[in-house]
Each structure stands twice: as C-alpha cells, then as structure tokens.
Design a protein around this ligand. Sequence first.
Ligand SMILES: NC(=O)c1ccc[n+]([C@@H]2O[C@H](COP(=O)([O-])OP(=O)(O)OC[C@H]3O[C@@H](n4cnc5c(N)ncnc54)[C@H](OP(=O)(O)O)[C@@H]3O)[C@@H](O)[C@H]2O)c1
Length: 319
Amino acid sequence: MKAVYIEEYGNAQKLILGELERPAINADQVLIKVQGAGVNPVDWMIRDGYLKDTDYHQLPLILGWDVAGEIAELGANVTDFALNEAVFAYAPIAGQGAYAQYIAVNSQLVAAKPKSLSLLDSAAVPLAATTAYQALMKGCQLKAGDKVLIHNAAGGVGSFAVQIAKAAGAYVIATASAAKHDFVKSLGADQLIDYRSERFEACVSELDAVLAAVGGDDILARSLTVIRKGGYLVSLLDEIDESALTNVDVNYQRWWVSPDAQDLGHIAKLIDSGQIKVVIDKVFPLEQVEQAHALSESKTVTGKIVLAISDGPALQGEG
Ligand SMILES: NC(=O)c1ccc[n+]([C@@H]2O[C@H](COP(=O)([O-])OP(=O)(O)OC[C@H]3O[C@@H](n4cnc5c(N)ncnc54)[C@H](OP(=O)(O)O)[C@@H]3O)[C@@H](O)[C@H]2O)c1
C-alpha cells in the first residue's frame, strides 16, 4: 500500500512516500481503508524524535493517528461493525499511523463517523475534539454556568474546545490573535482576549476553569491567578512548576488525551446536532505531506489540516 513513513527521526525531509505492506489485523481489529488522515502537532513532534527514547515505535513508522475511512476487513471477534461502514478513530499513538491507504485499529476505539460530515472532514475530528472533550468535561469537570478561559482557541483543539464548552452551557473566554477574533466568535466564544497585546490576567478573574492549549510565557502560573478557589487548571503542553501550587486551592492536571470511542460517539452527536462545526484550514493530498507538516509547524493553523488519501488497490474479495 501507499504510505508516508519515516526510517529515521528528523525534519520534514525525512518523510518518505513509498510502498509498505498492508497491515494484517488480529481478531479484535478492523482494517480501515483510509480516506482522510488528520494532521496534528504530535505527528511532527514524533517525526522529530519526541518519543524516540520510548519503546512506542519501530521504524519504519507510519505517522498520523487520526483516521476516517471505510471498513475493509473485520477481525474474527468484531461483531459491532460491518464491511464498508464509514468510521473514524483516534488510533493509539503507540502504533502505526494513518498516513497510508490502510490502518489496523482495535474495533473498541472506532466509532461511526458523524452522519452530517464527509469522510474527509471526519478525519479532522478525533484527536483534537477528543482532547478538548476530555480536558473540559473530565479534566475541568465543566458544567452549565461555569466561566472557562480557553488559551489558543483558534487552533485544532481550541476550535473544538470553544464549541464543546458552549454546548455544555459555559461562558467562554478565549485567547487568540486579533485577526482571528471574528473566527473564534463565530464558534460561540463570549469574550475574546488578544494574547499578543493584552495580559489575560488583567481581563478576567474568579474563573471556574482554564484550559491551556498552548505553552510558554509562564501561562500556567499566570492562569492560577485568575481561577477561583476550588477551580480547575488543565494543561495540554507545559508541566507546572509544583512550587506554584503550594497554598493554592486549584485542581491542576497535565492532560494526555486517550483514544475513546464513547467520547467520539458524544462528539459525533454534537456535530450531527449542529452544536459543533468542523473547521478545516487546508486539505492536502498525501503526496504533499511535507507542506502539511510545514503549515502545522508554523503554529498558525486556523482549525484543522487533513491529508486526503486516494483509493488503494481493491482487497481480495472487494468489489
Ligand atoms: N496533551 C495532549 O493530549 C494534547 C492533545 C492535543 C494537542 N496537544 C497540544 O496542544 C497544543 C494545541 O494543539 P492544536 O492542535 O490546537 O495546535 P494548532 O492547531 O497547531 O494551534 C495553532 C493555533 O495556535 C495559536 N497560537 C499560537 N500561539 C498562541 C498563544 N500564545 N496564545 C494563543 N493562541 C496561540 C495560533 O493562533 P494565532 O495565529 O492567532 O497565533 C494558531 O491558530 C499543541 O501544543 C499540541 O501539541 C496536546
């Protein structure tokens, strides 16, 4: 099958477009014929070697863990999906990815794609939306009436987070550069802060929760000062200096997204009911993966990036 993979860690020039064996599935897996693979910052971080000292990966490694496509093969124990069913998933990072014509995924991590979205658009959803959903609903314990600040509301995670928080009935304050304020307002944010020209701690206080989908600039310590007693701070990137938490009554967590088909099911319902729209900055053909990584690495993405993967050869027995 056609795939984009790396044989050594490094910059985007290490990306190889070539042919690899189609993965064999075990009894609990499905084989997905990939139509779209979402691009996330973790893809190029892993390409660069972020996890090279773990035992997560073997080279050659296919990158990209967001997938939407049709089921091409069912494992012997899989009873809840049908051949050709349109599905999406965030596949475990500790495995081969979806920048390829086929990927094998445990069926328990797979969900029916949102009915109202194309497969290509569905590929933009899993990792970023699951991160936003888990960080807000589980990490921040968000409920109706809460006031939440979302740092980096214009990117992949943030664009979902604003909409998920609004759907939960929260009052949403969002940071983004001024040029992106209209976009973030269109997602439902109630109040915008230009992180380039304003100090957010001068604009808000006594918040129930803060989600930091960006790091640097002492953002976690500064966020602690705007959270009410007993409130929540969830970081997706930086780890807090533990000493900052001394004598501070805030529930802090560094959140790591985990694949979860049930969460994806909730997200699909929010999409189909019109409460979440999926915003795609750009779709690239798989062959332009270097440009897709360059855009993601520029950290200027508005919404999501997707790689479109053209049809592979038919499997034996496939029409
Ligand atoms: N822990 C986890 O499980 C997990 C899961 C997913 C993602 N993440 C991490 O979360 C971060 C966000 O991911 P993503 O996919 O949303 O990234 P992304 O789509 O690449 O984010 C791009 C956006 O970041 C904005 N931005 C850059 N610096 C900013 C700042 N200081 N304040 C506010 N906005 C800023 C840019 O807006 P402007 O053009 O306006 O600057 C741009 O729209 C990444 O670092 C990623 O690695 C962690």
